[in-house]
Design a protein around this ligand. Structure first.
Ligand code: NAD
Length: 683
């Protein structure tokens, strides 16, 4: 027997312990070991029933996802579940920690489930581009119905033990001594099997199923695994179970080898690598209890909310009383709307807000452990603000800047203790977006970085570490992307065509809709400030400048790349903008041509990959795949496409290099082809 499974006997009950640390993943050895144990159970007349439990602090918290990239080794999970069902003796699953994916399907194949309080169960397969492939879509609906199954499986929701009891998924929830209770339960069941497959097919209510399906498809962005999951769940009411199980397995196998599932596994492993690297940081973080946020504008108020929601005490400071009042209003309105929509209780909101204070007096930051500056994007204003912070903050407080583009080394250099200065680059809206870039300056101490990481974790963000460089990681890639889109405008495309092509590919929004939403004036001011240092030979598209010079700053003024009649939020094509674009093409001597959607997408992806390769070569990022994580979590890049690094890997280096040469020709002067060796070595 494989040593991932341990067995012992408690009189007439066999106890089967899955021991495959750290999460007792259902690998091939675990599956073989379970089969062997069930064979022993069948053949031993002294044994009347069995309990399956996990060693350590969890049940089987998922499958070994690495196996999904290879041909699946025998025995596969359905064979183990069939053996459990065919065994004449009852088998009870004792659930603690998490029973997820294949672990939960195994539990559904057993005769009963007992959980300890706090345990969670769920089928998160759709988040990896697949569906449950070992009966999850057939057995769960027999317990909880079609509609609820669609809701839970299509969102990959985790259900807590008390909810699982209410839904009838588990028979008992115990406070302690899980194994003892499970053994007693198994002993009481001796001689009686309770196979879920024998429960009558669930009835379905056509309207309810339609509604649940529509909701799930919308939330699941209509991805194929969500469509298939719904189809499979519905089969549970219309097909004999064995036929439906065979279809489920075949569908699971097809999805498992799809590029989309591979891309989602790439995201999963990239994040795992990132967290492993971050947790390897042995330096102790400094304790943070109070955060001071300087600047109560768009970002400052969002950052304050992110910190308050994580339980920090927050002081919000702005020099401008009106701006401060607006920022405070935004924070309070946020919690009021959470109360109205039932996302938070009034009592909880009150507790969080009791830790909130505001001021325009600098003395108020005296107790803060971490100070985050989010004032205007102007280096001189930042220098002034850091001077004031230093004059009022504790000597050991850590100081972060939320700047998007400015040189944080330069900001740190003007302080008396640059080792405590770093970047914390949030994304808008700061209380929503998952990404945070932690910018390590040349002088930042290891303790400051460790503290930034632990802070990011507590506020629920996904942190990537960037060296100090113009635009850090995310905005560097985004700038290259947007520049490429502007080139295409000049060469023959119009904003709507580019936005549509990229949105159809899966981006949350196209670049011109994003520009209109966030305002064209910010980038304009930045272009003006860097105009003197720009190489005059580089290709420069004047269209955004022309729009700005006409006051077309985007949605907030009703016009930008699109027009927004009567305050609408959806942009409408504007013939006048087409005229501006046509004139820009003519002025640059470019004869406009037609663009196909895939050509637009391809140029964007190549531009992104090229910029990632530059970031790797310049050591702005220490891990290429962090760029994929950044784009998905901060820039609306579709997770199921994996990210530029994944796409480069799929393309192969030779093809990529050839295509980059073609892109460089199309892009003209200023486009620098990156050496892709380091990028491919990292794959
Ligand atoms: P904003 O204009 O909305 O807010 C800035 C606030 O800072 C204003 O309320 C202003 O009164 C206050 N302020 C200015 N000078 C001050 C001083 N000396 N002392 C105290 N308060 C002062 O700007 P924002 O969009 O929130 O951007 C703030 C920072 O965050 C900038 O560095 C920006 O680049 C960065 N950022 C912005 C975004 C975004 O999408 N808006 C995203 C990421 C980062």
């Amino acid at each position: 027997m494989a040593n991932k499974i341990k067995i012992h006997h408690d009189q007439d009950v066999m106890v089967i312990t899955v021991d495959n640390p750290p999460i007792n993943a259902g690998s091939v050895e675990v599956r073989q070991g379970l089969l062997d144990a069930i064979n022993i159970l069948r053949g031993d007349d002294q044994l009347k029933s069995a309990v399956i439990i996990g060693a350590g602090n969890t049940f089987i918290a998922g499958s070994d996802i690495k196996e999904f990239s290879l041909p699946l080794a025998e025995p596969q999970l359905p064979a183990v579940i069939t053996a459990i069902e065919n065994c004449g003796k009852p088998i009870v699953c004792a659930l603690h920690g998490a029973a997820l994916g294949g672990g939960f399907e195994l539990a559904l194949g057993c005769d009963a489930r007992i959980a300890i309080e706090g345990a969670v169960v769920g089928l998160p397969e759709v988040t990896l581009g697949i569906i449950p492939g070992a009966g999850g879509t057939q057995r769960l609906p027999r317990l909880i119905g079609i509609e609820k199954s669609i809701e839970l499986i299509c969102a990959g929701t985790r259900i807590r033990a008390d909810e699982a009891l209410r839904l009838g998924i588990v028979s008992e929830v115990v406070q302690e001594n899980l194994l003892g209770h499970a053994i007693t339960f198994a002993r009481k069941m001796s001689g009686g099997k309770q196979r879920i497959r024998e429960i009558a097919s669930p009835r379905s209510n056509a309207d309810g199923v339609l509604l649940a399906s529509q909701k799930a498809l919308k939330a699941g962005k209509n991805r194929p695994q969500v469509q298939k999951a719904i189809e499979m769940i519905c089969n549970s009411s219309s097909l004999p179970i064995d036929e439906a199980l065979a279809i489920e397995r075949a569908t699971f196998q097809d999805l498992r080898v799809s590029t989309e599932a591979k891309a989602l596994r790439h995201q999963f492993f990239s994040e795992r690598k990132l967290y492993k690297a971050l947790s390897a940081n042995a330096v102790q973080a400094q304790p943070v209890n109070q955060v001071a946020v300087i600047g109560a504008g768009t970002m400052g108020s969002g950052i304050a909310i992110a910190c308050l929601s994580a339980g920090y005490a927050v002081v919000l400071l702005d020099q401008n009383e009106v701006a401060l009042a607006n920022g405070v209003k935004k924070v309070k309105e946020f919690y009021n709307s959470r109360i109205r929509t039932g996302k938070i209780s009034e009592g909880k909101a009150e507790i969080l807000l009791s830790r909130f204070s505001e001021s325009s007096e600098w003395a108020f930051i005296a107790d803060a452990d971490l100070i985050i500056e989010a004032v205007f994007e102007d280096i001189n204003v930042k220098h002034e603000v850091f001077k004031k912070i230093e004059a009022h903050a504790r000597a050991d407080a850590l100081l972060a800047s939320n700047t998007s583009y400015l040189d944080i080394d330069a900001i740190a250099a003007k302080t008396s203790n640059p080792s405590r200065v770093f970047g914390l680059h949030f994304f808008s809206p700061a209380q929503v977006m998952k990404l945070i870039e932690i910018v390590r300056c040349k002088t930042t101490s290891a303790v400051a970085i460790a503290t930034a990481l632990s802070f990011a974790k507590r506020i629920g963000k996904t942190p990537v570490i960037s060296a100090n460089a113009f635009g850090f990681i995310g905005n560097r890639i985004y700038s290259a992307y947007r520049r490429q889109c502007e080139f295409m405008l000049e060469e023959g495309a119009y904003p709507k065509q580019i936005d549509n092509a990229l949105e159809e590919y899966g981006f949350t929004m196209g670049p011109f809709a994003v520009a209109d939403m966030s305002g064209l004036d910010i980038a304009w001011a930045m272009r003006k400030s860097y105009a003197a240092t720009r190489n005059p030979q580089d290709r420069y598209v004047t269209i955004p400048d022309t729009l700005c010079s006409l006051g077309r700053f985007g949605q907030k003024v009703g016009a930008g790349y699109y027009q927004y009649p009567d305050g609408s939020k959806a942009g409408v094509d504007d013939p006048f903008v087409h005229q501006i674009i046509d004139e820009a093409s003519a002025a640059s001597g470019i004869s406009r041509g037609a663009f196909a959607s895939d050509e637009i997408v391809n140029r964007v992806l190549l531009a992104m990959i090229n910029e990632v390769a530059h970031l790797v070569n310049e050591k702005i990022t220490s891990e290429a795949t962090d760029c994929d994580i950044a784009l998905v979590n901060g820039y609306g890049f579709p997770r199921w496409r994996g990210g530029p690094v994944f796409i480069a890997g799929e393309m192969g280096q030779e093809k990529l290099n050839n295509e980059l040469r073609i892109l460089a020709d199309a892009s003209g002067h200023g486009f620098v082809i990156a050496d892709t060796d380091a990028l491919f070595h990292s794959l």
